[in-house]
Design a binder for this molecule. Structure first.
Ligand code: PLP
Length: 398
């Protein structure tokens, strides 16, 4: 079989390779502490499961409308409006089998081959993959770290804009950094997007995963909803990663295109799962609240232990379930100056802690000298966090 040329431009999530390595280590009889994948070991709220089962028994097992069942589209528009101050209607919502498909569909709808798209680096690796796969030029922008945590280097971002720049991807409440934009950052981002007439993908996968304060969307700035598509997902807020349900929310003309892509790609998202999600949005909210309190307990345990380690410095994000500690000193002390893969392998073998490194989140940028790893605490409970990170602390002290 000949494989088409475009496939050589398709990237992947290399975190899955870390999962495979961790599984092999476990199969060989070792204890493994899974800090690598952003999957969740927390059950989906019972009312959501019951609603999906009820729908299945009631025969909601056939195809349904490509952009989603009207009740869910309506509920999503209301939910997003209430949290973001926007004025979307059902027609602005195209339900998707997960949040991830919104990325490729946004690119297909907005970007011509040869055009440039700005994306965060370190960032979710699927942006780079989809831009390049569809023949675009993936232009990374970077983050700076100060005592508050990470923030976008907006001057650098703007310096990378050319007449061919068509779109900007913003992942506020960011994977892997846990970063959130300040009000000033959001205002400047909006100003840049409008001045350069950019379409914007607002990846808000972690909008509802926060432990203090309030999430604010770039879409609430006047003029932004008209040029933005929100990536919404049920995966994190309702611990529904494997159910596969999300949505693209934005201006009617682009949502119609995305709904047409739905017809071509998957016909529709799972019918009875949409009824479960509807209950999630409109029913008892104790489930998502309990998920947040579980995650917060894990974050507090993990951040405290990481900051007690020699050569490790970890900001405490208010949102997401990721930590991105700096390990420059530890890595060089252990003799792995630039070799992230060998460092992660050494940690796995000596402590059982399985983690991702900066390399799993995009090609490092020119001049990057500080070293970072990423730990996810969505798939490991507090006991595992304590045991694993105490082993890592001993390793760091040696
Ligand atoms: N965007 C970001 C930043 C993510 O981290 C993820 C998942 O980890 C997604 C989108 C997609 O998630 P899902 O397809 O499960 O909705």
């Amino acid at each position: 079989m000949n494989i088409a040329d475009r496939i050589s431009r398709l990237g992947t999530e290399t975190a899955f390779a870390v999962a495979a390595r961790a599984a092999a280590h476990k199969a060989a009889g070792h204890e493994v502490f899974p800090f690598h994948l952003g999957d969740m070991n927390i059950p989906t709220p019972a009312n959501v499961m019951e609603a999906a089962c009820r729908a299945m028994r009631a025969g909601k097992t056939g195809y349904c409308p490509s952009p989603g069942i009207p009740e869910l589209r309506d509920a999503l528009a209301l939910d997003v409006n209430a949290a973001r101050g926007t004025s979307y209607a059902m027609e602005n919502v195209a339900v998707q089998p997960g949040g991830k498909p919104v990325i490729g569909k946004f690119i297909m709808a907005c970007m011509n081959p040869g055009e440039e798209v700005l994306y965060p680096n370190p960032g979710y690796p699927i942006y780079e993959s989809q831009i390049e796969y569809h023949g675009g030029i993936a232009v990374p922008y970077r983050y700076l770290r100060d005592e508050r945590g990470f923030h976008i280097d907006l001057d650098y971002m703007e310096s990378r804009i050319t007449p061919r720049t068509r779109a900007l991807i913003v992942n506020d409440l960011q994977n892997p950094l846990g970063a959130q934009c300040s009000k000033e950052e959001r205002e400047r981002l909006a100003e840049i997007a409008m001045r350069h007439d950019l379409a914007v993908l607002l990846d808000e996968a972690y909008f509802d995963i926060r432990y203090g304060g309030k999430s604010v969307s770039l879409s609430s700035i006047p003029g932004m909803a008209e040029r933005s598509v929100i990536l919404y997902t049920f995966s994190k807020k309702f611990a529904m990663t494997g159910w596969r349900l999300g949505a693209a929310i934005g201006p009617r003309e682009i949502i119609d295109v995305i709904a047409k892509l739905n017809v071509n790609d998957e016909s529709c998202s799972n019918h009875f799962v949409q009824h479960g999600a509807l209950e999630g949005l409109t029913g008892d909210q104790s489930g998502p609240l309990a998920i947040l309190s579980t995650l917060k307990e894990r974050r507090d345990a993990a951040v405290e232990l990481l900051n007690s380690m020699s050569g490790v410095d970890c900001p405490c994000p208010e949102a997401t379930f990721y930590l991105f500690p700096e390990v420059t000193e530890l890595m060089s002390r252990k003799g792995f100056k630039d070799d992230y893969a060998a460092f992660a392998e050494d940690i796995l073998v000596k402590t059982g802690v399985s983690l991702c490194t900066r390399l799993h989140f995009g090609r490092p940028l020119h001049g990057e000298e500080r070293r970072f790893v990423r730990l996810a605490y969505s798939g490991i409970d507090v006991d595992g966090i304590r045991k694993g990170l105490l082993a890592l602390k001993t390793y760091a002290a040696q």
